[in-house]
Write a protein that binds this ligand. Sequence first.
Ligand code: COA
Ligand code: AMP
Length: 626
Amino acid sequence: MNTYPHEYESSLQQPAKFWLQQAQRLHWFQEPQQGFELRSNGTAAWFPDGQLNLAFCALDYHVDDGRGEQTALIYDSPVADCKATYSYRELRDAVAQFAGLLKKQHVKKGDRVVIYMPMIPQAAIAMLACARLGAVHSVVFGGFAPHELAVRIDDAQPKLLITASCGIEVNRVIPYKPMVDDAIAQADHKPGNVIVWQREQCQAELQAPRDIDWQSAVSEVTPAECTVMQATDPLYILYTSGTTGKPKGVVRDTGGYAVALHYSMDTVYGVGAGDVMLTASDVGWVVGHSYIVYGPLLRGATTILYEGKPVRTPDASAFWRMCDDYRVKVLFSAPTAFRAIKKEDPEAKLLENYRLTSLERIYMAGERLDPPTLEWTQEVTGKPVFDHWWQTESGWPICANPVGITEYPVKPGSSTLPVPGYDIRILAPDGSEVEANEQGAVAIKLPLPPGCLTTIWGDEPRFIKGYLSEFTGYYSSGDGGYKDDDGYVFIMGRTDDVINVAGHRLSTGEMEEILAMDPAVAECAVIGVADELKGQIPLGLVIVKDGSNVDPDELSQRLVQRVRDSIGAVACLRQVYVVPRLPKTRSGKILRRLLRQLADGEQQLAIPSTIDDPNCVDELREQLQR
Ligand code: COA
Ligand code: AMP
């Protein structure tokens, strides 16, 4: 039966009733009676009278419900040559014990805790322990450099920082502690303590009394109980790239997020209690928060925490091996991961060694799923493959194939239909709705459903200006796209200075700020250009100051290094060209779209009539093609 249209309509017509019904499926200390309260900015505060604890719902509830011996988490690390499993009871106990250590260090409800960890179970344990105490965690992706960590420390003002002695990238050990020390030295705010999980690949040097050895300290404390949280209390802050160098601290609430994730596990992923989900991402990204840690555990499923790459650890069969070994039902990663597998093993010969009998569906997000990757993955696995669109801000899918209620035919290039709760409209610059098949700004009519961001940490004006001001009564997603005649949504890309590199969201504005700091640089632009493997990669273009006789190659290398030192290797800025001029409008605005088209080698250029000097277009084309 086609139940999606009915469910979708009721989620929009009677949102409070719809979501209160969904909320009943979770364990509350005090069940909410009120669906939501409207804030003055037009967004909703969900379940304002509800009380719960998310770590309780994710762990204790299942233990109490008789699921204690079921596997909650599987750790699979080809880089550390290590595998481990935690039952729900073991994970609950480890979390309660570590929460006891946090409590001993005086961490309490509302305090912030920064987590800078590789993909090891302790990262999830640290997150859940914060949730247990009501402390607000802020996980910083391990690939970010000390400067990025320092910026986040200053913004979140954590009481304490949790880290590990090292991360492992393919076969390179990356000591984390020196980076943490460097970040704390750079930051104005100093966390009181640093808790360090020592890994055997590298022992960190600890500075007493600030630094605490996780393994030895945790055995000396008593486990902590769950703190009762209001549904509207913040669970975490997750920083994401905006258009400037200052990242935005997306704030997530507790109750709305729990209800939305739980709902999505059934509706979007078709994953229930006891099913196995492999989300190959990182806890430093929203995908990791929602579908490695909280979502599967809330649903009583088994989650796999994979410390490795889709290729090279040791080869392109890593995903297939895990699907076979752990009887995975649903596999989720970024399209770039499947492009990497396709590149190394185009005929999927390695797949012949594994059985995908348990695998029912493959999901991709983080960037648009390009039709060739969709088709290849479908063909070699013989499984349905679904694109779905969402953002750090939404916390869970905005558009997806609602397979748990009705499975729709896949249209390549589309992330299918709006998920119940999301009223998606495609708007023209004047705020009017465009016709089907016409492109515009993808906006969501307020109020947003549960689970979405509630504000920007410490900066409500930025939240309003960045998301709620462009179109009155709507949330602006920052993406452009269209709906077709069947209501399928096609996301065509960002309309701002954000790019997606290998599924990692980065700000070209931030890279420009770093390039502009070099004494030889007069002006610069960073654009995202198409890349076969990573989707997009950044490219820098700089004009040197008059009289500066710096060697262009040396300058280019220096600028690449500056970005790597400041943001981290994940920025992937590998090329910076010194150019004599940049195309601009007569009012001095750099024509970035034109630059992108030139760099991508497009023949049909969008040269606006307002261009200041049309001659520079051919000059640049020649230089970029060289
Ligand atoms: N810690 C430290 N360094 C890291 C890191 C981490 N957690 N993650 C990446 N890096 C480094 C890499 O070592 C690499 O460094 P190098 O320039 O010295 O080689 C650089 O950052 C770029 O990394 P990456 O973008 O991962 O490129 P890659 O060539 O190593 O791997 C892919 C390419 C496609 C295999 C990889 O990007 C991938 O698995 N992508 C999936 C991304 C994903 O899951 N995104 C989440 C959204 S769902
Ligand atoms: P992040 O906040 O890191 O999850 O990145 C969110 C951005 O990634 C979105 O605003 C989109 O630009 C892009 N994105 C994520 N998933 C998709 C998708 N399925 N299709 C198209 N773009 C996507």
